[in-house]
Write a protein that binds this ligand. Structure first.
Ligand code: YH5
Length: 260
């Protein structure tokens, strides 16, 4: 899954794709690089980032979705606003990626009648303050229980199981130690009932171990992506699609062999 930010303040890639045209061009380069899904986001979740009204967020992402509708890969939209969910689904989005885990009744109502895929992510606290005091008794159990309860709640609301993807939410209300425990124990966190999405690309957990700023986290991000894949992650949400695909191809050749 290649990341397409349509925000002026994205701190992981400098907001290079703020105009719809730039975002669409970047999206096509990610497809060329081997992306199987695109994740389009119009709201920054950076701690302290300004809240974006739904109308502005729609104005950012809709032209991108419309331009990419026939690009050949499914389109995910990173949003937690019910109004944005409804708007992008009308325009052909295939997946809604809600970092708030569809925690509001309105967000569930916005998606239940469509047939889109849903990514339900774990977060402790609120984006603005979540990194101040992340705290768990047992991070693996608590994230696991949140995700399985969330999946049950969606199904009780009428979402079929085959639409649901779960995500531990790396960096969302977690210390560096919590993040690496979740990654190491990914199979226990996720269980085996739903596909697993992992987003670690360029995050602080990579910087914390390598000492590198966000622009120099490629090697660390690829290593973390491989660790997730080795533990059964189904979808890797990444900025650097070409290098991640190369790493996965080599890893697969090691694991499965190469035809003579
Ligand atoms: C995710 O994990 N993450 S937005 C900080 C960075 C670099 C990147 C300090 N949306 C996820 O990508 N959706 C985001 O450097 C997500 N899972 C899902 N499902 C944060 C992000 C980032 C943050």
């Amino acid at each position: 899954m290649g990341i397409v930010n349509v925000t002026p303040d994205s701190f992981s890639d400098g907001g290079a794709h703020f105009t719809p045209q730039a975002a669409v061009a970047h999206a096509y380069s990610l497809i060329e690089d081997g992306a199987d899904i695109l994740d389009i986001g119009g709201e920054s979740t950076r701690p302290g980032a300004a809240a974006v009204p739904a109308a502005d967020e729609l104005q950012r992402v809709l032209p991108v979705i419309e331009a990419l509708r026939d690009c050949g890969v499914p389109l995910s939209v990173d949003t937690c606003k019910p109004e944005v969910m409804r708007g992008v689904l009308r325009s052909g989005a295939d997946m809604i990626n809600d970092i708030r885990g569809f925690d509001s009744e309105l967000s569930v109502q916005a998606v239940v009648a469509s047939d889109c895929a849903l990514c339900l992510m774990h977060m402790q606290g609120e984006p603005r303050t979540m990194q101040q005091h992340p705290s768990y008794d047992d991070v693996v159990r608590e994230v696991h229980d949140y995700l399985s309860a969330g999946a049950r709640r969606l199904q009780e609301a009428g979402v079929s199981a085959d639409r649901i993807v779960l995500d531990p939410g790396f960096g969302f209300g977690k210390s560096v130690a919590h993040n690496y425990t979740l990654l190491r124990e990914l199979t226990a966190v996720m269980g085996s009932d739903f596909p697993c999405l992992v987003g670690v690309s360029r995050k602080s957990m990579i910087g914390a171990v390598t000492g590198r700023p966000a622009g120099q986290r490629l090697g660390g991000s690829v290593a973390a992506a491989l660790a997730a894949a080795a533990r059964g992650a189904h979808i890797l949400r990444v900025h650097d699609v070409a290098d991640t695909v190369s790493a996965l191809q080599v890893w697969a050749a090691v694991e499965q062999g190469v035809r003579a």
